[in-house]
Design a binder for this molecule. Sequence first.
Ligand code: SAM
Length: 234
Amino acid sequence: MTSTARYDEAADLYIAEVGEKVTDGGTAGLLDLAGQVDGLDILDVACGHGRITRELARRGARPTGVDLSATLVERARKQEAAEPLGIEYHVGDAAEVVGSFDMVVCNFGLSDIDDLDGMLDGTVGALRPGGALVFSILHPCFPGWGSGRSSSWAPQTGYHTEGWWRSEAASSKIRQAVGANHRTLSTYLNALVDHGLIVDRLAEPLPPPHWLDADPARGTVPIFLVVRARRPRP
Ligand SMILES: C[S@@+](CC[C@H](N)C(=O)[O-])C[C@H]1O[C@@H](n2cnc3c(N)ncnc32)[C@H](O)[C@@H]1O
């Protein structure tokens, strides 16, 4: 399957929106489930401009970043030149990763990756036995927040219809620009099982407090899903 680097066009928008922040519930949850990373070789798949890759390096890991978007990887390399942390970045498809790692992380990347099976083939090939894949996604069951923030699925077709779609919600600017692949919760979990991975921890973090201050009802629905799954030892 050929993947499209949709973020090349949306790089400025994406960086302006997320910047260096690692405190949203999903990202903080991923770092939490990654745990103690000191001394680990970690592959950050769909690393974007490298905000998680850098955070992992600051926590003592030896991370490598890979992303389909040459524009975002260029931004990550620029940041590495300005603040050297020993990180290597590659432009590439998640399905074609090479190397051998203690951990693979993927922060909010899976709904942008068109070929989930390819990504998991690549991940399993790159993970050392006993190593973990840790990923965060917008919860596949997120129903949206009124008309301002889209559900995980296309409202016209509903939760059970999978596939790529583009949001029309005013406050989902990134999803308007790059769209998203919707998959059901069972598709994600079954894909892990089909690739021989063993889920050992799940988290469904709440949004950060300032999101809840704006509207406490935001804390009443699932919004983030974080999963840790291990490649078993022989
Ligand atoms: C929402 S951004 C997340 C970036 C970064 N992980 C972060 O948390 O800021 C999703 C990223 O997935 C990347 N992506 C999409 N398809 C990909 C693929 N097949 N292989 C590698 N990266 C991919 C995009 O280029 C984009 O940088």
